[in-house]
Design a protein around this ligand. Sequence first.
Ligand code: HEC
Ligand code: HEC
Length: 240
Amino acid sequence: MTKLLTPLFALAVACVTGLAYSQSPAQAPVAAPAPMAAAVPAQAPTGAKTVQAKVAVCIGCHGIPGYQASFPEVYRVPMISGQSAKYIVAALNAYKAGDRKHPTMRGIASALSDQDMSDIAAYYELNGKEGARAPAATASREPNAKVAALLQKAACASCHGANFSKPIDPSYPKIAGQHSDYLFVALKAYKIENNPTSGRNNAVMSAIARQFSNDELKALSKYVSSLEGELQTRPQARFR
Ligand code: HEC
Ligand code: HEC
């Protein structure tokens, strides 16, 4: 399984979905473009792919509430609606370049041009804003003493913002309210070195994550996830 899988094959092997969905995850993205493109006014010249067609493949995972990935362990796929566009592009490029090692997302990101990435990222940034209220300027919940000390130790808020949803640079992620199991997997990934199929190379977050035990990373993930933020999963039906 070290070979780069084609996105569709990877879809079939890398994800499991709730039993509530009758369509298999591998079929959903393929079946989606035609009705969606017809229902939404074209935003691109005839012949060019509309943004709805470009995000059709993403919806099969990121548009299904509670959708779980099974690699490298079972966790909910990250919420990307409401995430900042610059960070989405940065993350997609990191998967494409292999700095974020994740076979499914690498396959998907590798198939996207720079134009595709910026169209998709702009779409998801906006997709979250519609109907969402802006979070308060400070964290919506106080951490307990243990978590407060951990947050203090690495000055998390100095980059991710006092409410963890207003990073100091738009290429940094909003993390408030993100799924805790995903946050935990992401934080652990920054500690992994020299593994061909998992791990994240990011100098800043690697140095930070390595200061903590996995138990501490889990406590941080739980707290950050409990905060009100702007991230959402927007099911397909709502924006058809
Ligand atoms: C087969 C399911 C699947 C599909 C389809 C998919 N993704 Fe993902 N995506 C994931 C998983 C799982 C992760 C978490 C990977 C990791 O642990 O780094 C992820 C991570 C991401 C991230 C990083 C989020 C963050 O908070 O850092 C972005 C951005 C993203 N995907 C965008 C997309 C876009 C855009 C598409 C469509 C072009 C897409 N994904 C299609 C499963 C999927
Ligand atoms: C010096 C700035 C800085 C500090 C301090 C910092 N971060 Fe980050 N964080 C970043 C950047 C930049 C990224 C994006 C890295 C990448 O591209 O993978 C990131 C990514 C993350 C991610 C992955 C988000 C996702 O959607 O995949 C999590 C989780 C995270 N940080 C949590 C924390 C926590 C918890 C702390 C404190 C213990 C912290 N960060 C401190 C800059 C910072």
